[in-house]
Design a protein around this ligand. Structure first.
Ligand code: PMP
Length: 405
């Protein structure tokens, strides 16, 4: 199967129906939803809606089966060892908080956690709060001048007290892809675990957690063509099994007496209360669709657009690209600063051209500080974008520069 851009774009209702056409370039914030996910959610709520795990009638059993089938689909997308390693959460943020709380409970004052200066706040602030609760030492992996996580610095940073290295797979600001193999090698040499924030990676194809050799992986459904309100924490089962619950309530217990409770095995131990059932089913459908796509073709398509964007931006007066300017080890997420212009003003003018672009600090303020900025504009490309979207942005920027300067 080869990649058919027009046919694929037509499978995204919001884009297919947009009048006038929408040049949607804020995919790193939220991608558009694929029709398979919408259909799966609608089918679920129309034909199989019931609570899961508890009911003994056929409808409830069908709902439970659909939810567990979604878990199996996530496991296949990630090449997990077993579906029992997949915990449904409400998103990447809640998955990362789950690790900081539950794995974090085994950490003692003086233990070290290493994060990078390129992290999204969701993979930074939970560790700062853990530091407040337990007295862990939080260390920072530096970034290179162009914003890449500098894994070589781990040699001088990771000691025998290091318990966890937590890094993003792909930066939501620069698009740079992290050298996870180097992180894993350094972590193993000191006996530390590795957590990878995959929020910006999953929209660019299936992930192989076994090949990565990591311990935890977190992502959100709404960034990989699936629903909002659903996300995943993948972790090795032995690790999950050793972790205490995070949230407590129905569905995560063994036996409850007035004196105390025992807890279910993972993943149920970490899924207290009624989960977002239809959303999990929708995510399963989106990931199954993603698994069937010709990723070699799509990668070439995305890189062509990225190249056109980088070249076009480089020609604009006063535009500074943040992050790598080559195509090596990166995804098509490009942040840039226009000298003298506020990112929000840039977005407002571009909106009149039908271009949806992001401006702000992108929840990565330490990285912005590294670049000496409060904020920047960001164009992030998904598989359904076309050269017309890139051209609309570049033409719109000429107008921006004329109007605002
Ligand atoms: N990590 C990264 C790298 C992200 O880009 C984001 C979302 N911008 C998150 C974590 C948090 O994702 P969510 O808001 O869906 O929980």
């Amino acid at each position: 199967m080869s990649f058919d851009l027009q046919a694929t774009r037509a499978e995204f209702p919001l884009l297919a129906l947009a009048k006038p056409p929408l040049h949607y370039l804020d995919n790193a914030a939220t991608s558009q939803i694929h029709q398979s996910a919408l259909q799966a959610m609608a089918d679920h709520d129309m034909f199989r809606r019931a609570n899961i795990m508890r009911g003994t009638y056929r409808l409830a059993e069908a709902a439970t089966t659909a939810y567990e089938e979604a878990r199996a689909r996530v496991a296949r997308f990630l090449n997990a060892f077993t579906p029992n390693e997949v915990v449904f959460t409400s998103g990447a943020t809640s998955a990362l908080n789950l690790v900081a709380h539950s794995f974090g409970e085994s950490l003692r004052s003086g233990d070290e956690v290493i994060v990078s200066l390129a992290e999204h706040h969701s993979n930074l602030v939970p560790w700062q709060l853990l530091r407040q609760r337990t007295g862990i030492i939080l260390k920072f992996l530096p970034v290179t001048a162009d914003g890449r996580i500098d894994a070589t610095a781990l040699a001088g940073l990771a000691t025998s007290r290091c318990r966890l290295i937590a890094v993003t797979h792909c930066s939501n600001v620069t698009g740079a892809v992290t050298d996870i193999a180097a992180i894993v090698a350094a972590a193993r040499s000191v006996g530390a675990r590795v957590l990878v924030d995959g929020a910006q990676q999953v929209q660019h194809g299936p992930v192989d957690v076994q090949a990565l050799g990591i311990d935890f992986y977190a992502f959100s459904g709404h960034k990989c063509y699936g629903p909002t309100g659903i996300g995943v924490l993948w972790a090795r089962h032995a690790l999950l099994d050793a972790m205490p619950p995070f949230l407590a309530g129905g569905g995560m217990v063994g036996e409850v007496t007035p004196e105390g409770s025992t807890f279910a095995r993972p993943p149920q131990r970490f899924e207290a209360g009624t989960p977002p059932i239809a959303q999990a089913v929708g995510l399963g459908a989106a990931l199954s669709w993603l698994t069937t796509l010709p990723w070699g073709d799509i990668r070439r398509h995305e890189q062509r657009l990225l190249q056109a964007l980088l070249a076009g931006l480089a020609r604009k007066p006063g535009v500074r690209i943040l992050g790598p300017t080559d195509l090596e080890a990166r995804h098509p997420v490009v942040s840039f600063d226009i000298a003298g212009l506020h990112p929000h003003d840039v977005c407002q003018v571009l909106d009149r051209h039908g271009v949806a672009l992001r401006g702000g600090h992108h929840c990565a303020q330490p990285l912005m500080q590294h670049f000496g900025l409060d904020g920047a504009n960001r164009a992030s490309i998904a598989l359904y974008n076309s050269l017309a979207d890139i051209e609309a942005l570049l033409d719109g920027l000429d107008d921006v520069i004329e109007v605002l300067r």
